[in-house]
Design a protein around this ligand. Structure first.
Ligand SMILES: *[C@@H]1O[C@H](CO)[C@@H](O)[C@H](O)[C@H]1NC(C)=O
Ligand SMILES: *[C@@H]1O[C@H](CO)[C@@H](O)[C@H](O)[C@H]1NC(C)=O
Ligand SMILES: *[C@@H]1O[C@H](CO)[C@@H](O)[C@H](O)[C@H]1NC(C)=O
Ligand SMILES: *[C@@H]1O[C@H](CO)[C@@H](O)[C@H](O)[C@H]1NC(C)=O
Length: 754
């Protein structure tokens, strides 16, 4: 278990510091016990705290922690961002500055695209590069903090959510795995989770936003005051598993409590959530920015400013983003509302993380101390950004093998659309200055000499389409339609894009290629069903190298393998209130449910959908166990399910089995792609019994195959983990009934009986 920190967005100014008096690194010259690397981290933290005056202590509880010059402790900024590359928070000062020798950092694809690779090693490697670049910037004097408020691991519950782009998608198992891999990479642990040097951190990760946060603004409901009504069942098997992956498995050293309330209680004052559920021995908890001020001022949950501060500290928050706490903590202490012991507890968590970051060991030294400017935007880092875009991009439609286009021909190419040549659109939100950018137009120019381009001028676009041999349209959304503060208002393409696409498709000599740059799903049913639109490629927000990856795929230098990590709903889904947090369908009221696990309605594209230039076939060639007898430990034989706890650890261990899948590349092109293994319920799924998902992801693995090659892939399956879901009271249970293991079109029946 971990201690956590909690994170977010709108901090402004803080206590003044006189940085000129303060050394850049603590423990450079003077030697206190807290500088002693041989001492346990917590003891070092306690020693430091014991030397602080009350005012000095209070100055440490906000994201801009003041310098303590008499002890040689520099200013520390708790807030930095690194969602998909070292980033800046727009318009506000945070811990990273790009004004110095380092002017840019590697910009990876936005998370929703990277997730589509279903490649945990890739996620890990990306995070390790981000941590490395961040540490290098610190060594160059361009960081006043090394606590990064990433990853975002909320479930992408509703397709309208403006921040869905920041998440790995709608599946809890996938999101948990992403969180674990990302945190291990960022903090410098091995892929398997071993700390390379005791508890030393490359940089600190922060799991956000705890919890059930996935709405910015919808019909008057805003995130600052929204009360998410979440059932115990959905909480247990949808909203919380990613945080467990992030904190328990990944051992994140930070956690951020979200703005919103859950079942009437603001996240940042929920003791059960912060302290009972989340906190362990490690790490710190931060509030989302200004969240503590809202407790009294917007939510009217606390009775005064002082009580707001007291409630958050008591619940387990350690540091408050924004200046607010600094204004009221002193009077709260003087009035006796906040005991000094609560403050010391918070300080211990905070200084523990700073010590684990190596910030009390004098000037940078050791392996991490050697990193510098040449480690930022390094060629291999930029190559990884390209690789991530390649692996994430999803081929949604490819009629009559329109793609790939031939490289050999001397044909002309028309490139059309508002997203074809805008470098910012590639980056999504939470971006920093990229090392370089390649737009789709620039990428395509590497392949086609005879190329003409038009953004949104319909007349010119139609003219170009008429004369060109091939047409590529680059459409979609940008941060004006979906971003922080901004949920989408509908699921169709913005503005006149659909009519532009159709005019161009009508005019073109042959079917056109449609490339979509967007985070959330778009209802492109019109294009899916239109023969004049031959291919559709989804490229998310593909990062600095995105245009290169798109062009490689269009011209067949890379065989696409990405798979969607969220359901693409039709526009009619907009009639579902965004504030309805339920995952499970409720046929009596017409609520269709959410995500591939529970939504049985019409889909534009399914979770897991993704085509390739080759054809893969799958065969489940071996299953080491196919009968699962729940009755052995069941005392509730009238029910059709048993709790995992009742089954017991011995049953769970014995029930573990493996599945071997043979993957064959039957086509004409080598390729890398993820193999997804699901459990599908034949009987109760979705509308009977305890509400098990219709289908749930059990595992995923990336394989590389040559033409005609067959490869065996082994999945380890734990029924207690992978076949379970929550009962109405939030207990993890396994439901009896027939089911199948599913890979592609291949199904293998298994029995779960009592
Ligand atoms: C900061 O310290 C320097 C050197 O001691 C001093 O000249 C300056 O006035 C101080 N600035 C502030 C804002 O206290
Ligand atoms: C949540 O439940 C409370 C209490 O039943 C109710 O007053 C509130 O309107 C609900 N909120 C939403 C967004 O449905
Ligand atoms: C594409 O955008 C780049 C800047 O990002 C610009 O230099 C270039 O001229 C643009 N190309 C066209 C054809 O407009
Ligand atoms: C397309 O671009 C070429 C130059 O590459 C130019 O000669 C031609 O006139 C352009 N066509 C149109 C329709 O603009």
């Amino acid at each position: 278990m971990l201690g956590l920190l909690i994170c977010s967005i709108t901090c402004s100014t803080s206590l003044s510091t006189n940085e000129s008096k303060v050394p850049p690194f603590s423990c450079g010259s003077r030697s206190y016990p807290f500088c002693d690397e041989g001492m346990p981290v917590r003891e070092r933290a306690r020693d430091l705290i014991s030397r602080l005056t009350l005012d000095e202590k209070l100055s440490q509880l906000i994201n801009k922690a003041a310098a303590i010059p008499r002890l040689g402790v520099p200013y520390y900024q708790w807030w930095s961002e690194a969602l998909h590359g070292v980033a800046v928070a727009e318009g506000v000062e945070n811990g990273i500055s790009f004004r110095g020798v380092v002017k840019a950092a590697t910009s990876f694809p936005q998370v929703i695209l990277t997730a589509s690779s279903f490649d945990a090693h890739l996620w890990y490697r990306i995070a390790k590069v981000i941590g490395t670049e961040a540490r290098a910037m610190y060594n160059e004097g361009q960081a006043t903090g090394l606590t990064f408020w990433a990853p975002t691991v909320n479930i992408f519950r509703d397709p309208r959510w403006g921040r869905g782009q920041e998440t790995p998608g709608e599946d809890p198992l996938l999101t948990a795995k992403y969180a674990t891999s990302f945190v291990r990479g960022l903090q410098g642990d091995s892929f398997e989770g071993r700390a390379l040097k005791d508890d030393h951190l490359l940089v600190s990760a922060c799991c956000k936003h705890f919890t059930a946060y996935d709405l910015e603004s919808w019909k008057g409901y805003v995130r600052y005051t929204f009360n998410a009504n979440v059932t115990k069942q959905d909480m247990a098997d949808t909203y919380q598993p990613p945080f467990k992956g992030c904190i328990k498995e990944g051992k994140a050293s930070g956690l951020m409590c979200a703005y919103n309330l859950v079942n009437g209680v603001p996240n940042c004052v929920d003791y059960d959530l912060l302290t009972e559920t989340a906190r362990g021995e490690w790490g710190y908890i931060t509030s989302d920015c200004d969240a503590v001020s809202f407790l009294f001022q917007k939510q009217h949950y606390a009775k005064s400013n002082e009580e707001a501060v007291a409630d958050a500290l008591k619940a387990g928050m350690d540091v408050s983003c924004g200046p607010y706490l600094g204004n009221y903590i002193k009077s709260a202490v003087l009035k006796g509302i906040v005991p000094e012991s609560d403050i010391d507890k918070a300080l211990e968590n905070l200084f523990t993380v700073r010590i684990r970051l190596g910030l009390f060991n004098g000037p940078p030294s050791g392996t991490y101390g050697k990193l510098g400017r040449e480690d930022v935007c390094a060629p291999e880092h930029q190559e990884l950004a390209l690789e991530a875009a390649r692996q994430g991009i999803v081929l949604l439609k490819n009629e009559r093998k329109l793609l790939p286009l031939s490289k050999a021909g001397k044909g002309s190419l028309a490139v059309i659309g508002p997203n074809a040549n805008v470098s910012n659109v590639l980056l999504g939100n939470y971006r920093g200055p990229p090392c370089t950018t390649i737009t789709p137009l620039q990428g395509l120019m590497r392949y086609a000499k005879d190329i003409n381009y038009s953004s949104i001028d319909v007349k010119r676009a139609v003219e170009l389409a008429k004369s060109a041999d091939c047409v590529v349209l680059v459409m979609g959304t940008n941060q004006l339609q979906e971003s922080e503060y901004k949920d989408r208002e509908d699921l169709v393409l913005p503005g006149e894009q659909e009519s532009l696409i159709m005019s161009v498709a009508e005019a073109a000599k042959k079917p056109v290629v449609l490339v979509l740059l967007c985070g959330g799903p778009i209802d492109v049913s019109f294009a899916k069903n239109e023969p004049k639109i031959g291919s559709i490629l989804w490229a998310g927000y593909p990062g600095q190298a995105g245009g290169g990856a798109i062009a490689e795929i269009i011209f067949g230098d890379y065989n696409p393998g990405g798979r969607l990590t969220m359901t693409w709903y039709p526009q009619e889904f907009m009639k579902i209130p965004m504030i309805d947090m339920r995952m499970r369908a409720d046929p009596s009221s017409g609520f269709p449910g959410r995500t591939y696990r529970f939504y049985g309605g019409k889909k534009v594209f399914e979770f897991g959908h993704g085509l390739s230039y080759t054809t893969y076939s799958y065969k489940i060639v071996f299953v080491s166990q196919r009968n699962f007898d729940l009755k052995a430990s069941s005392s509730t034989s009238n029910l059709r399910y048993v709790s995992v706890q009742e089954l017991g650890s011995r049953w769970c261990k014995k029930a573990k089995f493996f599945v071997i899948v043979r993957v064959k590349n039957k086509g004409k092109m080598a390729g890398k792609h993820p193999v997804l293994l699901f459990l599908r319920r034949t009987q109760y799924g979705g509308d009977g019994g305890v509400g098990s998902p219709m289908k749930q992801l059990v595992g995923f693995q990336t394989v590389k195959t040559d033409v005609k090659e067959k490869v065996l892939v082994k999945f380890s399956v734990s029924p207690c983990e992978h076949f379970s879901s929550a009962s109405e009271d939030g207990e993890m249970v396994i439901e009896s009934g027939d089911a199948s293991l599913v890979v592609g079109d291949e199904e293998h029946p298994i029995r779960i009986h009592m």
